[in-house]
Design a protein. Structure first.
Length: 261
């Protein structure tokens, strides 16, 4: 177990709504362990929250519970993330920008089957991407589409935080140029980098699958296809830096991560 979990008895007590959500999410045999984790590890010990009471801590404890989706190992991961930087946990669960969002979240009862099928959605996303990418010469390898050349190009479909009622998808586009390559995430990342956790193509049980696919294909046609057609040489990628195509961006070693305001 992580060093982050060695300290005990941080408190304060769990609020009635926190207890109710624990009882909904977890089967009876796991509830006491879940409550102990929240009490001992997700309370006054969190950064800058030493004086928060049980109600003020609901936002962070609910976030840990949502992240867990009723799984103790995932709850431990959520609490550890909160101890490092609870802002990242809030972003990962969609509680960052709206201070009341956590109160509107209702967990799915333990034992109920999932309402979504992420692997099937991923397969359908790839079917939609095939219509766009195969004519450009891309080939699929697992969850990645690749095209070789002077500047190898790739598009990777990634599955983010998943629960029984919702899932997030991301696309990562790479122009593997030398000496500096270019990387773009879809949906496009905000220049306020701390909002990363709330990005993603979010699909919730009951949503329109067609709307999800249309949003992804629309962004691929808007942002990726022009890049794939233009940036086939290292010299053209360099011109992209010079003419502002890749602004704003941040350098990550030998890659530039392109952002948007």
């Amino acid at each position: 177990m992580s060093l982050l979990f060695r300290k005990r008895a941080s408190g304060p007590e769990l609020s009635p709504e926190t207890l109710r959500r624990v009882d909904i999410l977890f089967p009876p045999e796991d509830r006491e362990r879940a409550k102990a984790l929240l009490y001992e590890q997700c309370g006054a010990n969190l950064p800058s929250l030493g004086k928060a009471d049980m109600y003020q801590l609901e936002r962070f404890r609910f976030a840990a519970l949502k992240y867990s989706d009723g799984n103790l190992l995932m709850l431990e991961s959520a609490v550890e993330l909160a101890q490092l930087d609870w802002r990242d946990l809030l972003m990962a669960t969609g509680f960052a920008n709206d201070v009341e969002a956590h109160r509107r979240w209702e967990p799915k009862p333990a034992g109920e089957p999932t309402e979504i099928d992420p692997p099937r959605l991923v397969a359908a996303i790839h079917d939609c991407l095939a219509v766009v990418l195969i004519p450009l010469g891309f080939e699929r390898q697992g969850d990645e589409w690749r095209r070789s050349g002077e500047v190898p190009q790739s598009l990777n479909v990634q599955t983010g935080l998943t629960s029984r009622t919702d899932v997030r998808f991301f696309l990562k586009v790479t122009l593997d140029a030398k000496p500096v390559g270019v990387m773009l995430h879809l949906p496009r990342l905000l220049a306020a980098i701390k909002q990363l956790g709330e990005q993603g193509y979010i699909f919730r049980a009951g949503d329109s699958e067609e709307a999800l696919y249309e949003a992804i294909v629309r962004d691929v046609n808007r942002y990726c296809v022009p890049w794939f057609r233009r940036f086939i040489s290292a010299s053209e990628v360099q011109r992209g830096f010079e003419d502002g195509t890749f602004k704003p961006h941040v350098r990550l070693q030998d890659q530039a991560l392109v952002l948007v305001f």
